[in-house]
Design a protein around this ligand. Structure first.
Ligand code: FE2
Length: 213
């Protein structure tokens, strides 16, 4: 199994197509105190790696072993008999996208290239963050909140379990993992505290801008 460098977000397609465990784009303590090194170690080293290991076992010796990660996801999402393959493949992709959606000393003001779009779509950065937080908090059970672009307009959507916008017509720009494993060690049941701290301190607007192009 190969590792891939995802420190450059533009390499994400290459990183995920080999179905290896991508290298984190930051050190495990880089997101403290918002996300502890302990949480990051379990989240990346156990959960993300677990999805990679599971998928490789599931597709070994099958036609799926020759496909890119994205192709595996899009070709299994509507096939209930392939649910285990879809779930593990999509969770690998979602987590790689999540790591890139965060950065040390993130948050703050978005770059001008996306701020104008945020203003026209939501009425301001605060309103955009509020919409993301509301999606993250209203997702019942495990899932994800996403900033996406849909026909030139920024929107917020949410997905359950392993689902993502990758199987829809909208393009994802940022995501927030709201599975309990993302925050429980640090915040216990206080999902709102995790989400708001992440938006204020870690969200990577540069990654969202890069995904616009
Ligand atoms: Fe996760």
């Amino acid at each position: 199994m190969s590792s891939n460098d995802i420190s450059n977000p533009s390499s994400i397609l290459r990183a995920t197509s080999s179905i290896g465990l991508p290298i984190l784009p930051f050190s495990e303590n880089a997101l403290e105190p918002t996300i502890s090194a302990k949480t990051l170690s379990f989240h990346y080293g156990k959960h993300h790696k677990g999805y990679v290991d599971n998928l490789n076992k599931l597709i070994s010796g099958t036609d799926y072993s020759d496909l890119s990660l994205e192709k595996i996801i899009t070709s299994t999402h509507d096939r209930p008999e392939r649910k285990s393959i879809f779930n593990n493949a999509s969770q690998i992709w979602n987590h790689t996208f999540y790591w890139n959606s965060l950065k040390e000393k993130g948050g703050g003001a978005p770059p001008s290239g996306i701020k104008t779009l945020i203003d026209t779509s939501f009425g301001g950065v605060a309103e955009c963050k509020k919409a993301l937080a509301e999606a993250a908090l209203s997702q019942f059970g495990s899932g994800w909140a996403w900033l996406v672009i849909d026909d030139g307009q920024l929107k917020v959507v949410k997905s359950a379990n392993a689902d993502s916008p990758l199987t829809t017509t909208v393009k994802p720009l940022l995501t927030i993992d709201v599975w309990e494993h993302a925050y429980y060690l640090d915040y216990q049941n206080r999902r709102a505290d995790y989400v708001n701290a992440l938006l204020d301190n870690l969200i990577n607007w540069d990654f969202a801008l890069q995904n616009l192009s």
